[in-house]
Design a protein around this ligand. Structure first.
Ligand code: GDP
Length: 437
């Protein structure tokens, strides 16, 4: 049953892996449409339905709900081979996928096989940035160079698409060799790519028109962000960013839906901060033992190891100046926090960075410039940590007093109400909280 007709944007407030998937999954229940507005299969969301753990990379999290229209928007890029694998995995878990619950923008760009190969070559060389090797940057580069191929090409100019893929792969044969990478079987790669692309082409739709029609009929939309604010190509810590807009600002553009349709903007903040790859990390934990403790045991679903890469993540303390910047720029109306259950990993006291010191100045809001961030040092306040298990608590009032003080301290520092609190990764392990309770 729908509670309201408000459109909602969910985005990550930090550096990715905040737990947006589970918050989106929960919010999906009260929305008719769930739409991804940017990024590609470099993002990973985990949705625990109780029966299954769905690892979603390009499919919107609404796919786990019956009767929702899921849209991969024009701002996304899509690798047909990976997308078909994902579709098959989701279908194998008993969820059926068809035109009634999935549409892909005809204007979304395709990740061609040679773009993935280019990514591998780049990552093997001195300019590697710890990429997920999914060809995302190469695809967005081609989009902006206006040489890219779009989902519409699958159905309307397939011969040119095949030609572009073949030419791209042949062009790279020497570079792969020089980078010490295995040669690719060009015919096999093309065959796999086209077979998957034809399947993907079935879902090709003029999604801005579809979405605006559904909205005019009274349906509501949930825009699902991938990655997070610090990785935004414009607002993040360039060049340690991804290749697309990841903040709430990118949702209208990446879907072709006017901003007036979104009145709720939920920023997801993770209480155990982490980061994959290079770049400044002001609140990074340098103590190896504490870092390992905060990261958690490898192989556990909620431990800090990359979902797409398997790499151990850098971990840190909660960074309020950075959170404030994300909230201000995206216009957050509420915050959903995840992993309150894991704050215990910090020990008896938890450090919260409340401001930065940079060249003798105190900054309450983080700079976005990676150069400036590298010059910032954190100013911490410390709060006591509760030791009781909180995984089974569903009412805010029942949380230990230290946990409530911790939540209210963050709320006070940011001025944004915390309306949802994750206390475990399972679907129902969440405390819903109304404003000003
Ligand atoms: P996303 O990239 O922001 O969508 O991040 P994911 O949805 O993949 O979430 C990262 C990990 O955190 C997943 O393994 C989730 O199951 C887990 N997770 C999310 N919320 C919580 C929480 O409140 N507590 C715990 N322990 N794990 C959580």
């Amino acid at each position: 049953m729908k509670e309201s007709c408000e459109g909602t944007i969910i985005h990550g407030n930090h550096r990715g892996d905040e737990g947006k998937g589970r918050i989106t999954d929960e919010e999906a229940a009260t929305h008719d449409i769930v739409a991804r507005f940017g990024g590609g299969q470099n993002a990973g969301h985990t949705v625990s339905t109780g029966e299954h753990e769905l690892s979603l990379h390009i499919l919107p999290s609404g796919i786990a709900h019956e009767g929702k229209m899921n849209v991969i928007g024009n701002g996304c890029v899509i690798d047909p081979v990976g997308a078909m694998d994902e579709l098959e995995q989701v279908e194998a878990s008993g969820i059926s996928i068809g035109l009634d619950n999935l549409r892909i923008s005809s204007a979304a760009h395709l990740v061609l096989p040679h773009m993935i190969s280019q990514d591998e070559i780049r990552d093997a060389g001195p300019n590697g940035q710890g990429s997920t090797k999914r060809g995302i940057a190469q695809t967005y580069a081609a989009k902006h160079m206006r040489t890219g191929k779009r989902v519409e090409d699958i159905n309307h100019s397939r011969d040119e698409l095949v030609e572009a893929a073949r030419e791209g792969l042949l062009r790279q044969a020497d570079e792969r060799k020089q980078a010490g990478l295995e040669p690719l079987d060009v015919d096999r790669e093309i065959e796999r790519f086209i077979a998957a692309a034809i399947e993907i082409g079935r879902y090709s739709t003029d999604t801005p028109l579809l979405l605006n029609r559904l909205l005019s009929e009274g349906e509501n939309i949930l825009a699902e962000g991938a990655q997070a604010y610090s990785l935004d190509i414009d607002h993040g810590m360039y060049p340690f960013t991804t290749s697309s807009g990841t903040s709430a600002l990118a949702a209208p553009q990446g879907l072709g839906v006017p901003a007036k349709h979104f009145s709720r903007i939920i920023g997801v903040a993770k209480l155990t901060q982490s980061h994959v790859g290079g770049g400044p990390f002001v609140t990074e934990i340098c103590d190896k033992e504490l870092a390992e403790q905060v990261r958690g045991p490898e192989g556990e679903i909620d431990s800090e190891f990359g979902k797409s890469t398997g790499r151990p993540r850098r971990v840190g303390h909660l960074d309020i100046p950075s959170l404030r910047r994300s909230q201000i720029t995206s216009g957050d109306t509420e915050t959903a926090v995840t992993k309150l259950d894991l704050v215990k990993r910090y020990g008896e006291m938890v450090a919260i960075c409340v401001s930065y010191e940079m060249n003798g100045d105190t900054l309450d809001v983080a700079p976005s410039s990676a150069m400036k961030l590298a010059k910032c040092t954190p100013i911490y306040e410390h709060l006591p940590v509760w030791q009781d298990d909180i995984e089974d608590i569903r009412e805010y009032e029942k949380l230990p007093v230290e946990a409530k003080s911790y939540i209210e301290f963050i709320e006070e520092l940011t001025g944004i109400p915390i309306t949802a609190i994750g206390v475990g990764y399972q679907r129902d392990q969440i405390i819903r909280r109304r404003q000003n309770t």
